[in-house]
Design a binder for this molecule. Structure first.
Ligand code: ADP
Length: 745
């Protein structure tokens, strides 16, 4: 053994004691594993469909695709419809979990191959199975260079804390296995890279690093009432763009408006007899939902028993397949909120009713198996069909349904691009308030994890193929088993291949995108890709071009498609409320606060120079009291005093209307925003200059920042900071906020 080799060996021995910190800093080299790429195959169902769509309402076709391969079908569709559907959901994007399991047979090699010497040096494995990377010292590096040695090393597996994963656990385990990552089912004393929570951000408290699969405030934000409020704000600003959300009223506070409007509609036209669907605010899985045809049918209770609910226009002409109503469950990943990054799963699920659909009539209003598509309800119907095939039964893949529609001549490309637009617009509607929650739970400057989240969008296709948003689930079920009645009244969970195929793909690919070692595509390059398509144009369906790591070469292509910032150009103009929220957050000023106090509101008015002789500070105080009092009456679950974001938005709209009377609401808001932002910029400039002249010690701390999620403590002018802390003393935030019951949908 040469002296040199002895030296190398000694150094390697020393490095075996490297701790996990050192491990993290290790050089990120990977071994490529020669794995065959498994592909799922789809065999379309040979049954016939009757589609009552606008484009297709006059025809009824029988498609026979028995035994055809998916690629063959795609080709046929292309020929028959002139459409390229090759990039539509499912196309080669989702691998069967069974096939994926083959990947797990591949072993991790715990060895270091010393090229050129034929020698193999053993690496070190931790007791938990982690591979400890070795830090080459300068000497070794030099020595290697001299010897021409090259090391090919394993990357430290990504660590996932699955202790709180609850019902996602099975799908998560399979995903982690496919990725050859390291699972910590009982948690871990040291920090993990990823924490998978089954319910909310707060499932594990005190996480200070890594990534959590839930955003703070998402549960609250997506409750039916809050979602309806956020959508309504957007409908006021952009009525046409947000017409995909059914007209909704919030009960009990809007009962009178609801009753009056319906009475007027009926008086105007006696032949109109609309139907409404009533949904309890905290409800899920169809619980407590019922249909009505008249406001007097509402099961309202008074006083403290008054039920919080949303009453919504009932979509009475849904698209039918096999004469059945169905809805789409689409999985959407919010990869990051700042900057906003949204991915859509190319494969989803469709849930079918179990009783043939008829338009609502007094006779059938209570037929839940006809009107409600919830799996949890229909599974109890005698007609529910459990099927191992993706294209038959009461739960099918989205792609199988789209193929059937395409075969019927439906413009699937248009449907899919409308769905993408619906998703982006919905996320844009909820992000402003989410940012308020985010800064309260993870204040800038405080150590904390970053967040991502998979959401479940429930979408109904109307007869005319227009997608309608029913609701968004913060906690979509990731179960890959289904309940089956094995004996009368005895239910058991049995594997569900359709769920497994879709959900394991979504979780695995979410993890791949969140891989801390994954090279992130730059925002700029994503935005550059967004170029070329203007607002209003149809979104193209090009294939996803995701960078892959060496290990990922073995995995199927991502089933998640980036849609934002990819389509920034088409949708960025909708992000007005987010700019209002940025002002709000800036004037909140105090970490952890979610409500604006009266002094901070005054400071906002003063700083932005919004008061004058016609609108005095006394009027400002009255406006504050007026709006805050009204909102505190409707925000029943709120324990905090002060002005929340939604109330601030209302005040902002009012101020915009006063100032720019002649303009339409959207232009009023844009004009006021510009005015405020200019004022704040100049204020920051003054503050900047003042601070630099007073002290040269910390010029960076008060540097002008954009109105994003910057630290308001650092950016706010001194009077603002004083005002904010006074408000804080008055309105200390009460924690924890009420969470919806531990329900998944
Ligand atoms: P939940 O959270 O209880 O599942 P949803 O809002 O998803 O509540 O409604 C349950 C079901 O009711 C949906 O899956 C859908 O079939 C039906 N539904 C909901 N809203 C409407 C609507 N506006 N028009 C027609 N059907 C609806």
């Amino acid at each position: 053994m040469s002296d040199h080799y002895v030296k190398v060996k000694v150094q390697l021995e020393q490095m075996k004691s490297c701790n996990e910190d050192a491990e993290k800093k290790a050089v990120d080299t990977k071994e490529q594993l020669p794995v065959p790429s498994p592909l799922a195959s789809v065999s379309p169902d040979p049954s016939s469909i009757t589609t009552t769509g606008r484009d297709a309402s006059n025809t009824s076709i029988t498609c026979k695709h028995r035994g055809k391969s998916r690629s063959k079908l795609g080709k046929d569709d292309k020929n028959s419809c002139g459409k390229h559907i090759s990039d539509l959901p499912s196309h080669g994007s989702v691998v069967s979990a069974h096939a994926g399991r083959n990947l797990n047979r591949l072993e991790h090699e715990g060895t270091l191959r010393v090229k050129g010497t034929g020698k193999i040096l053993q690496g070190k494995s931790e007791t938990n199975g982690n591979y400890v990377s070795i830090h080459p010292s300068k000497n070794i590096q030099e020595a290697r260079r001299e010897d021409g040695m090259k090391l090919t090393r394993k990357r430290r597996p990504v660590t996932v804390d699955t202790a709180k994963a609850k019902t996602s656990l099975e799908a998560l385990k399979l995903s982690i296995k496919q990725l050859k990552w390291k699972e910590f089912p009982l948690g871990r004393r040291a920090a993990c890279d990823i924490y998978w929570h089954g319910v909310s951000f707060h499932d594990n408290e005190n996480i200070v690093s890594g990534q959590v699969n839930k955003f703070p405030g998402m549960i609250e934000m997506l409750r039916k009432i809050n979602l309806s409020r956020a959508m309504r704000t957007m409908q006021e600003l952009f009525p046409e763009e947000y017409d995909f959300y059914p007209r909704s009223w919030i009960l009990p506070e809007e009962y009178q408006q609801f009753a009056t409007q319906i009475r007027m509609v009926k008086e105007n036209d006696a032949t109109v007899n609309p139907t409404f669907i009533v949904k309890p605010d905290g409800g899920s899985q169809g619980d407590g939902i019922y249909l009505i045809r008249d406001p007097s049918d509402l099961k309202l209770m008074v006083g403290s028993q008054a039920k919080q609910a949303v009453v919504q226009e009932y979509i009475h002409k849904p698209l039918l397949i096999d004469k059945l109503k169905f809805d789409i469950r689409l999985y959407v990943l919010i990869k990051s909120m700042e900057p906003l990054e949204i991915y859509i799963a190319k494969e989803g699920l469709t849930r079918f009713c179990t009783e043939p659909y008829q338009e609502p009539s007094q006779k059938n209003l209570s037929h839940v198996f006809m009107h409600l598509t919830n799996y949890s309800l229909n599974v109890h119907s005698g007609n529910f069909v459990h099927s191992d095939s993706q294209s038959t039964g009461s739960k099918r893949t989205l792609s199988s349904v789209l193929y059937r529609l395409a075969a019927k001549g439906v413009d699937i490309k248009k449907v899919w691009s409308d769905i993408i637009a619906l998703v982006i617009k919905t996320v844009i509607a909820v992000v402003p308030e989410l940012k308020v929650y985010y800064q309260a739970d993870i204040p800038p400057g405080k150590p904390g994890p970053t967040c991502f989240q998979i959401l479940g969008f429930d979408i109904l296709l109307m007869k005319n193929l227009k997608p309608v948003l029913l609701e968004v689930n913060s906690n979509p079920s990731m179960r890959i088993e289904h309940e089956q009645e094995v004996a009368p009244g005895v239910f058991e969970y049995v594997p569900s291949p359709v769920d497994e195929q879709v959900k394991v793909g979504v979780i695995r690919d979410t993890l791949r995108l969140m891989d801390p070692g994954h090279k992130k595509p730059s925002i700029q390059s994503s935005q550059q890709r967004a170029g070329g398509f203007e607002h209003g144009e149809e979104i193209p369906m090009e294939a996803e071009t995701q960078e892959r790591t060496a290990d990922e070469g073995a995995l199927p292509s991502l089933c998640l498609k980036q849609v934002y910032p990819k389509y920034t150009k088409q949708f960025n103009y909708l992000r007005l409320v987010e700019r209002i929220a940025a002002l709000f957050i800036r004037f909140l000023g105090v970490k952890g606060n979610m409500r604006l106090g009266p002094t901070a509101f005054r400071t906002f008015i003063r700083t932005c120079k919004l008061s004058n002789s016609n609108f005095t500070m006394a009027s400002v105080d009255i406006l504050y009291i007026d709006i805050t009092r009204r909102w505190s009456g409707v925000m029943h679950d709120s324990k905090e005093a002060g002005m929340g974001l939604q109330a601030f938005v209302e005040a902002f709209f009012y101020l915009a209307g006063r100032r720019f009377k002649s303009l339409a609401l959207k232009e009023q808001v844009v004009s006021l925003l510009e005015l405020c932002e200019v004022q704040l910029e100049s204020q920051s400039g003054v503050e900047d200059r003042r601070s630099v002249s007073c002290s040269r010690a910390h010029p960076r701390a008060i540097k002008t920042q954009t109105l994003g999620l910057s630290n308001p403590q650092l950016t706010s002018p001194a009077p603002l900071r004083r005002a904010a802390s006074q408000d804080y003393r008055l309105h200390q935030r009460l924690k924890p906020r009420a969470l919806r019951a531990n329900v998944e949908n």
